[in-house]
Design a protein around this ligand. Sequence first.
Ligand code: SF4
Length: 86
Amino acid sequence: MAKAAQSKGTEKYASGVFQPVIDKCAGCGHIVEANAQQFCETYIVPSAKWRLGICNFATHAKPEIVTAKTRVNPLKASKRAAAGKK
Ligand code: SF4
C-alpha cells in the first residue's frame, strides 16, 4: 500500500523534520517513500500517534468499537407494539 512516490513533494521528508514510520504503520496508505525510507504523509512523528493506542489516521487498522446491548423491557415493548398497531 505504500506509495512509491519519488516525485515532487518528497523533499520535505528528507529535511529531517519528519521521522520514519514505525512497525505498527506497516500497511498504511499514508506511507510515502523518500530517500529509501518510509515516512507518514499526514504526521511528522508516527510513533507519537501510536503512543495512546491506534493511530486515528491509519487506513489499515480500525479501533474495535464495543457496543453495549440495551435491555428491552418486555412490558414496554409490548405496549409500544400495541400502540403502533392502531
Ligand atoms: S497515518 Fe498513522 S498509521 Fe499511517 S503511516 Fe501515519 S502514523 Fe503510521
